[in-house]
Design a protein. Structure first.
Lengths: 309, 272
């Protein structure tokens, strides 16, 4: 396909070069901005992580210390437990979200009357600020006298003091995250469900497959790409969990619910230890990126990059 | 009607209640007198009062964070949709090398954990004297808004019919004029969806706003609500009233643009 420009027909390679030049001119402002404010800072973080930089003690200067910050992290129990907390949070919330999200997607796929109202309702938790969702759930679980405690008391049991208990504090945290993000998972899976060719399900039905077998043998395999995308995005997102924890428990009691993002944040902006905090940032970055690359390598990048063609 | 269908109706109803109830509870509680917030909760409101809302705007000047949020989210949206549209058009329609690489780059940046760039952005903003300023929030916000806008818009531009564009090109309109006079008007629904999603993400952002603002005069709505302190105890009534206020614009957007948001979210596989 050739485009004719202003009257005369230019040789092919010439307008192609012109087009490529125009393309780069259009792309440059956006890509340049991203490179400048997102990618360059990553390089800076790595460089900073090799220095001692404590803003509370400016007289120490900013000496180069090699990998000392990483060595400190290696020996820092709080760092390891923050990583472990993050891993637990990711495992609990992502598995609950995929399960509930799948159920919600199947329900949305079946609902005939009030489908639009239901979809609006589903969008609400996703659309409101995470901070607001976290505050509402904290209010529900506030003890004594909160709604959750009233429900537990109503069933005759003694309610825990949720946020004072190192284990029970996880319940409202995970619940708030599941409530907030399951709708997104459900919408992704619903789009996947609706792209499934109904005739396949009918054929399975004709062959005598019941609803459960149709679900496991037809629907689930065809839904696998959508599930994978939801899994990847949710895992990456849950890994950087910050807002929910900051608002609900502040990482407490003590540091019992402190995830790596919150530990990094307080190292940087409360203790002002920028060298050590940067080392922690680099670790977060490497883990997240390694996970994304591994997932794409194992499952193939087509699901994510099919726009590139 | 088969029992199977009734079971699904029940599941749907239960899920709808689980989704909506916390919002209802927050709304009712925001109108409940402080003294009655804890202790025997009742599902239906008794006496409703406006105390918390009055306190929110009279005692606490909640207008300031609202204004800050609108300015920051609005500027971020305008910048990322404008620059993103140029970039996305080139990716969707022009032929040049490195396109797949470029999209991979954009996708990769959208997966960055925000916390990983807090320290350099803080130092850079401090060096530039931009801490606690509007640009000091808009620039960091572009790190997630711009990839989001590009990613969504590439999808929308690809769906546009080529015929009109090609007719304009053959008539000698040139790429830029075609973009301005043919493509952009056609792409308006996609641009609107992108703007809505970008605005929502910016309105809700917390970590950067918490890190790069220093005082109440520049706090955005999420930061302001989180930092509410009472003299002796947590001022739950006001917090919930503020939560309702922060949610109202979001609910309005969702009600108006439900279809578009769903299309944007699912077509682009946007991050949650």
């Amino acid at each position: 396909m050739m485009h004719r420009r202003s009257g005369h027909l230019a040789p092919a390679h010439e307008w192609q070069r012109g087009e490529a030049r125009l393309a780069w001119a259009l792309v440059l402002p956006a890509i340049g901005a991203i490179a400048l404010i997102a990618v360059a800072p990553i390089g800076w973080t790595i460089w900073e992580s090799l220095h001692l930089d404590d803003l509370r003690m400016p007289w120490l200067g900013r000496p180069y210390v090699g990998l000392a910050n990483y060595a400190e992290a290696w020996g820092d129990g709080r760092f390891w437990s923050a990583l472990a907390h993050t891993g637990m949070f990711v495992a609990a919330s992502v598995s609950l979200e995929l399960g509930t999200g799948l159920l919600l997607a199947l329900a949305l796929d079946r609902v005939s009357r009030g489908a639009s109202a239901m979809r609006t309702a589903v969008l609400l938790p996703w659309a409101i600020p995470t901070v607001v969702a976290a505050l509402v759930w904290r209010f529900i679980f506030e003890s004594p006298g909160g709604l959750a405690n009233a429900l537990v008391e109503g069933s005759g049991a003694t309610p825990p003091t949720w946020f004072a208990d190192p284990f029970m504090a996880w319940v409202p945290l995970v619940l708030a995250d599941v409530w907030k993000t399951t709708p997104f998972v459900a919408l992704l899976l619903l789009a996947g469900l609706q792209s499934i060719d109904r005739s396949l399900l009918e054929a399975a039905s004709v062959d005598g497959a019941g609803p459960w077998r149709r679900f496991t043998n037809v629907t689930l395999p065809l839904l696998a790409p959508a599930l994978l995308v939801a899994f990847l995005f949710r895992t990456l997102d849950a890994f950087r969990v910050f807002d929910v924890v900051y608002v609900m428990t502040g990482g407490g009691p003590g540091t019992a619910t402190e995830p790596i993002a919150l530990f990094t944040f307080s190292t940087l902006l409360q203790h002002l230890r920028f060298g050590y905090g940067s080392a922690l940032s680099v670790v977060v970055f490497i883990v997240a990126f390694g996970f994304a690359l591994a997932t794409i390598r194992v499952f193939g990048g087509d699901a994510f990059l099919d726009r590139g063609r | 009607m088969t029992p199977h269908r009734w079971a699904w109706r029940l599941v749907t109803a239960l899920l709808a209640i689980a989704i909506l109830f916390p919002l209802y509870w927050a709304l009712v509680s925001s109108f409940t007198p402080e003294a009655r917030l804890f202790g025997s909760p009742a599902l239906t409101p008794g006496r409703l009062v406006l105390d918390h809302y009055r306190a929110l705007f009279d005692e606490r000047d909640f207008w300031t964070p609202i204004r800050n949020s609108i300015v920051v989210a609005g500027t971020t949206t305008a910048l990322s949709v404008t620059l993103g549209a140029l970039c996305a058009y080139a990716v969707a329609r022009l032929r040049f090398r490195g396109k797949t690489l470029l999209l991979g780059f954009v996708l990769a940046v959208s997966m960055f954990p925000q916390i990983a760039i807090v320290s350099p952005l803080y130092m850079a903003l401090r060096a530039a004297g931009l801490l606690n300023s509007y640009p000091g929030l808009v620039l960091p916000y572009l790190t997630f808004a711009m990839p989001l806008a590009i990613w969504l818009l590439v999808g929308f531009f690809r769906q546009l019919p080529r015929d009109l564009e090609e007719a304009a090109l053959i008539d000698g309109a040139g790429r830029l004029r075609t973009l301005r006079e043919v493509v952009l008007p056609l792409a308006q629904p996609g641009l609107a969806t992108t703007a809505i999603l970008t605005f929502l993400y910016s309105w809700n952002e917390f970590l950067f706003a918490l890190s790069f603002t220093l005082g109440p005069e520049r706090h955005t709505v999420p930061v302001a609500i989180t930092l509410f302190r009472g003299q002796y105890q947590v001022p739950w009534g006001q917090i919930l009233a503020a939560a309702v206020v922060a949610t109202v614009p979001v609910v309005a957007i969702v009600l108006i643009a439900q279809r578009r948001i769903v299309a944007g979210l699912t077509s682009g596989s946007v991050k949650g």
